[in-house]
Ligand binder design. Structure first.
Ligand code: HEM
Ligand code: HEM
Length: 173
């Protein structure tokens, strides 16, 4: 039990934050496939489990959001001057984390590839489904948006820590 909810995120929230942060970081390595058609060490070693990790992330993010909602009155308090912007920024991060795997799945199923995660067949290969494929084509633009959000988020966290010298980064550490 978190004894001082105003000062620090509880252990479950911190585990969800860093677990999903590492996996999202891993997923954006998929951008490396743009280099040399994926014919390099990142594309060959770290990118192949993209779909499996994406499906795992969908499960983790849903659990993370359920936990955040349950804990909503026990989160560290925000500076009232920036509270609205912080709320909006965190909401967009959550939204992008949900939409990435959903559009990824729509891309795979909509283009008739089916869906496998960790060797388990979830959806068999089949006919193309135009509406799914067209929603799935939002995967890449949302990935770019998520990348910008994450760079901004990390930049703000580092600004708090090294320039403002306040305890904001330590609340999640
Ligand atoms: C949070 C989860 C995910 C993140 C952060 C993520 C991120 C990315 C990124 C950064 C790209 C490269 C886009 C580009 O080069 O323009 C990409 C492409 C792709 N992702 Fe994901 N992805 C996630 C989940 C998934 C899932 C669950 C699936 C499938 C079920 C999937 C399937 C694909 C496919 C097929 C591509 C290639 C699309 C293309 O070539 O146009 N992704 N993803
Ligand atoms: C080095 C990387 C990262 C650092 C240093 C970091 C730091 C932090 C800190 C300090 C907070 C608490 C902010 C506050 O209380 O006002 C936070 C919250 C949050 N972070 Fe990160 N973060 C990182 C990566 C990520 C990534 C990759 C994502 C998702 C894609 C993410 C999503 C979130 C979300 C959604 C919250 C809000 C939690 C809530 O209040 O429900 N973070 N992060």
């Amino acid at each position: 039990m978190n004894r001082n909810p105003q000062e620090r995120y509880d252990g479950v929230s911190r585990a969800f934050h860093w677990g999903t942060a590492i996996l999202v970081g891993w997923q954006v390595l998929k951008f490396f496939d743009r280099i040399n058609d994926g014919e390099h060490w990142v594309g060959q070693t770290l990118v192949p489990p993209h779909v499996s990790i994406g499906v795992l992330l969908l499960v983790l993010v849903v659990l993370r959001i359920a936990w955040a909602v349950k804990q909503k009155d026990r989160r560290p308090s925000q500076d009232p001057a920036t509270a609205l912007a912080v709320k909006a920024g965190h909401f967009l991060l959550y939204a992008a984390m949900v939409l990435m795997p959903i559009t990824g799945i729509l891309y795979m199923v909509g283009n008739g590839h089916g869906l496998d995660a960790f060797g388990i067949g979830l959806v068999a290969e089949g006919e193309k489904v135009a509406w799914m494929a067209s929603l799935g084509s939002l995967h890449s633009p949302i990935a770019w948006t998520l990348l910008v959000l994450v760079v901004g988020h990390v930049g703000i966290a580092l600004y708090h820590h090294f320039i403002r010298g306040d305890g904001v980064l330590r609340r999640m550490a």
